[in-house]
Design a protein around this ligand. Structure first.
Ligand SMILES: Cc1cc2nc3c(=O)[nH]c(=O)nc-3n(C[C@H](O)[C@H](O)[C@H](O)COP(=O)(O)OP(=O)(O)OC[C@H]3O[C@@H](n4cnc5c(N)ncnc54)[C@H](O)[C@@H]3O)c2cc1C
Length: 208
């Protein structure tokens, strides 16, 4: 998200709910009990209003431009080199086991990343394709690649947080490390960058 309208860096694409970060209101913990649902409703309303404002300001041209960008992103796509359900199972094998993903530890995170990164390299350049008989194949392949990308962001971020804070638990240190009292922003596809970002004083109270 790049602004209060829940816009993203892709013009015409807005994010809301679980698809958008809610750490500004929940900090390092989940907001079970109210925050998550409240965030989904509030951010959905902001994103909807932002999209409506964009459409109103640019008229049909703004919406056509957004759909052209999506279409352009799909040019040159060809099918996944591996069936989507196999890729989903391969990602699940790394992220489902609680010994990998509940209490995390650098050695296991690195081992998982090796196989996730290998899968990413092998699938580089491939993307969803559907057929008239199975148009849903494009969506399933796109979802499988998104799971792989997310798992790589997740474990790289986890490696950069060798402490226990909020929902993030590390075997190496059962307590928060005061030196790591910052947010981590993950970005990139082939090369992943994890950038620490300071929390403001106000947000700090929530992020503890
Ligand atoms: C077990 C559990 C307990 C929870 N308890 C609480 C709680 O006590 N309090 C609280 O505030 N929050 C709780 N949450 C979190 C809360 O449910 C979520 O934060 C909230 O539902 C997110 O809303 P959303 O609209 O962003 O996503 P979702 O509710 O996940 O909605 C996304 C929708 O998109 C659909 N979809 C996905 N892909 C496609 C596609 N390709 N095409 C079309 N549709 C698609 C999905 O089927 C789904 O209906 C809980 C979550 C879980 C899993």
């Amino acid at each position: 998200m790049i602004n209060g309208d829940c816009a993203t860096s892709v013009p015409g694409l807005f994010a809301a709910g679980d698809a958008a970060t809610r750490e500004e209101i929940c900090g390092g913990f989940t907001g079970g009990g109210s925050h998550n649902a409240a965030w989904a409703i509030a951010s959905g309303a902001w994103a909807g209003a932002g999209a409506a404002r964009l459409a109103k300001a640019g008229g049909p041209r703004a919406l056509r431009r957004a759909s052209e960008l999506v279409a352009a992103a799909q040019v040159g796509e060809h099918g996944l080199a591996q069936p989507a359900d196999e890729l989903v199972a391969a990602v699940q094998a790394e992220v489902f086991p609680t010994e990998n993903n509940w209490i995390r530890e650098a050695g296991r995170l690195n081992a998982s990343l090796q196989s996730l990164d290998r899968a990413w390299r092998e699938l580089a350049g491939s993307a969803p394709s559907g057929t008239p008989e199975d148009p849903g194949a494009r969506v399933r392949a796109r979802e499988a690649m998104a799971m792989l990308a997310t798992a790589r962001w997740m474990y790289r971020s986890a490696l950069a947080r060798p402490e226990t804070r909020g929902m993030a638990r590390r075997a190496e240190r059962a307590m928060p490390d005061p030196a790591l009292r910052h947010r981590l922003i993950a970005r990139g596809l082939d090369e992943i960058e994890i950038r620490p970002v300071a929390v403001s004083h106000d947000h700090g109270a929530l992020a503890a």
